[in-house]
Design a protein around this ligand. Structure first.
Ligand SMILES: NC(=O)c1ccc[n+]([C@@H]2O[C@H](COP(=O)([O-])OP(=O)(O)OC[C@H]3O[C@@H](n4cnc5c(N)ncnc54)[C@H](OP(=O)(O)O)[C@@H]3O)[C@@H](O)[C@H]2O)c1
Length: 258
């Protein structure tokens, strides 16, 4: 089989959370460019509409849905809206996430809670909703959780974020174990630094220069460098992979904490 066929997702319905910016924007474009019909979910619906137009102009299909993943009551309706257009979701990219950079002594209860609500509870509720529907429709599927290198390592000022992402990695394994019997694969991507809204200030202010020098490849990633791993996990190319967390970090994890 040719690589293009192996990684093809034509006709599949995908839902990408946090599609209004950064990695989620790119993930949605990539899935659509390879044939998937994509549900674009986030709170900023105006930005989702702009992405929808971009995808359609390139010949793809997308629908935008308003979703705050921290509000579990909104999750079923977002799946209903995507299903109405494209049928049941068989690829979920659990990408919505946020970070509050604060030293642990200064962190408030709200800072901690917010990161857990979005980064962990949001992933859990969205994955559970997707899996229930995949089981009901008997279609199996692929759930891709976006963790972080900080699921495996720690960094100063990012304790809550690191804990939430470590929990996402553990959740990925626990769900993979339970849902394999339903033909649902659950894997995670653990990116190192990729320039997006979440870290733009840090890298553009020069504060990130020392960090970049500590990365073996001496640079941060561009969003397109995650395309191959996304398509691998979304498609049958990874049919026997479940519970894996794939690190994409220019070698940074080899040096942190050494
Ligand atoms: N960039 C990196 O270096 C890096 C590295 C490792 C991991 N990651 C992870 O990759 C994912 C994407 O990050 P990014 O770099 O693309 O950041 P970003 O540009 O800030 O985008 C974050 C996305 O998450 C959405 N979001 C935030 N809170 C949400 C909520 N409550 N409900 C729904 N959507 C929400 C935002 O949309 P709205 O504001 O419109 O809701 C936005 O689309 C995150 O999980 C992040 O932790 C990023």
């Amino acid at each position: 089989m040719k690589a293009a066929d192996l990684f093809d997702v034509t006709g599949k319905t995908a839902l990408v959370t946090g599609a209004s910016s950064g990695l989620g924007w790119r993930f949605a474009q990539t899935l659509a460019a390879h044939g998937a019909n994509v549900g674009l979910a986030a709170r900023s619906v105006d930005r989702l509409e702009a992405l929808k137009k971009e995808i359609e102009a390139a010949g793809g299909k997308a629908v935008s849905v308003s979703l705050d993943v921290a509000d579990e009551s909104q999750i079923p309706a977002s799946f209903d809206a995507v299903e109405k257009h494209f049928g049941p979701v068989s690829i979920l990219v659990n990408n919505a996430g946020m970070a509050v950079s604060k030293k642990a002594l200064e962190m408030t209860r709200e800072d901690w809670r917010r990161q857990m609500d979005v980064n962990l509870d949001g992933v859990w509720y969205t994955a559970q909703e997707a899996a229930k529907r995949m089981v009901d429709a008997d279609i199996g599927g692929s759930i891709i959780n976006i963790a972080s290198l900080l699921a495996l390592r720690v960094a100063s000022g990012l304790s809550a974020y690191a804990v939430s992402k470590a929990a996402v990695k553990q959740l990925t394994e626990a769900l993979a174990l339970e849902w394999a019997r339903h033909g649902i694969r659950v894997n995670a991507i653990a990116p190192g630094y990729v320039l997006t809204e979440i870290n733009r200030h840090f890298f553009e202010s020069g504060a990130g220069d020392a960090m970049i020098r500590s990365i073996p490849q001496r640079r941060i990633a561009e969003p397109h460098e995650l395309d191959g791993t996304l398509l691998l996990l979304a498609s049958q190319a990874s049919g026997f992979m479940t519970g894996s967390t794939i690190t994409i970090d220019g070698g940074q994890g080899l040096t942190l904490g050494a």
